[in-house]
Design a protein around this ligand. Sequence first.
Ligand code: FAD
Ligand code: DLZ
Ligand code: SF4
Length: 511
Amino acid sequence: MTGRLILVLGDQLTPAISALRGADKARDVVVMCEVAEEATYVRHHKKKIAFILSSMRHFADELRAAGWTVDYHTLGETGASGSFTTEVEHWIERSRPAGIVVTSPGEWRLLEMARGWQNQFGVAVDIRADDRFICSETEFSAWAEDRKQLRMEDFYREMRRKTGLLMEAGEPCGSRWNFDHDNRKPARPDLLMPRPLRFEPDQITRDVLGLVEQRFPDHFGDLEPFWFGVTRAQAEQALTHFIGTTLGRFGDFQDAMLDGEAFLYHSVLSVYLNVGLLDPLDVCRRAEAAYRSGRVPLNAAEGFIRQIIGWREYVRGIYWLKMPEYVEQNYFNQKRPVPEFYWTGDTPMACLRAAIGQTRREAYAHHIQRLMLTGNFALLAGVSPQALHEWYLLVYADAYEWVELPNTLGMSQFADGGLLASKPYVASGAYINRMSDYCKGCRYDVTKPHGEDACPFNALYWAFLARHREKLAGNPRMAQMYRTWDKLSGERRGLTLASAEAFLGELDGIT
Ligand code: FAD
Ligand code: DLZ
Ligand code: SF4
């Protein structure tokens, strides 16, 4: 009998991960496995698979260098039918470990799987809390209990108090918690555009790229050029680069979109944060230090920190509070499949063509593209939130269910009926035109309300509101829109609804 088997999953690449705590380097064995089931239960973007596998291989080396015994199974060894359960079973048969230790996975599906191993294999399984977050699941449910409404802003203030980030003598720096209304500027193409730091693939990454191309040739997205960092040192460099070159204007252009600019002033750090190559609190402290030393303005540091200790922690809290029922929610009873052009990018709508094309190339889109382009269109077009959830989970390199599901189902699709968002994030072409330069290169006319050459977002927007009047008219934040709709002439409303219907009919014909 050997020591214990310490299973480390692909998004647990943190030396201080709870599963390793108190372990015996001389007897316990760290097991990491590349398994086909994880790449195919949804058919992840090729770049995402390559990022995870290469980061896992580098992390295994980091652990070995720190004195751990690591039993690393590559995709070639685990085979086409490999899963975590078959890997654990083989290991138990071979080594008869004294027990299994694992940090709680970031997906309900895997947590249930791990919970089953004790009975299935008759071995003690120790599932430990993932304490790489600022707010634990218990703390979140205590915060949520007895509240009539859950609102991110209230939660965020708690997290500011808890961490002391951007606080002065118990008060928020600048005497305000939130500087969002300074942060809504559209960007101009002549702005000096920073770029995320790119890394040359080393031999380990090149091997992985070959493997992914060979094993998953039909998966979505471009594998190369591959430029993500895959080690803790590279993720650190990417963070330093972001703080030095980009953070200062993060706030100003947070909601902006520009054709040909995939990243604008966003950090592109979620990939690293979500696998544990960066620590969220440390990232926030670095941003705070940049503000305190006068290198970046307060609206930038506050806006960035809010995304991490606010939104990121908040959506995770909601996920664990509401799973497993959460994934089934469908408030508007939407049923359409994901449109075919979400896979190809082949659409005359310039904004969606840009966002989807970039998603194919980079496995990345920034928040406003996800929320107000692909998310907004899917909601207006009546796409099933579950089908859309699968799309978001597989196309983005930073997607893990704990963070992707509440963002898709709750924030973007309002499928939870308003638990996460206070109103649906829907908008017509006018919003997209205000926040981007896509419309000038589009075959549709953003100023036209209906008709064949009118921007489809316009008619779809009003048709959505009309369709769901019963569910939305009572929401005070939607009242003004219903008043505007009601003031339109009967003829205009009829033409608008007919335009939307014709567009959706065409969409169904091609999906
Ligand atoms: P920045 O704009 O630079 O923001 C800084 C950091 O804040 C991010 O790295 C991220 O860690 C955090 N953050 C910002 N907004 C959110 C948010 N709403 N929820 C959680 N964290 C946030 N984020 C993911 O990490 N994984 C996902 O699978 C994911 N799916 C999404 C799906 C939809 C439909 C929507 C609307 C949003 C989704 N987000 C997701 C949130 C957000 O879009 C991404 O975190 C962000 O675009 C990542 O890019 P960035 O690192 O450049 O972010
Ligand atoms: C997403 C993913 C992929 C593609 N491959 C692996 C893998 O081979 N091995 C692994 O340990 N994890 C992988 N992952 C991440 C998991 O699917 C899952 O999202 C996280 O482990 C949840 O905590
Ligand atoms: Fe998008 Fe409409 Fe503008 Fe075209 S006109 S880019 S479809 S918002």
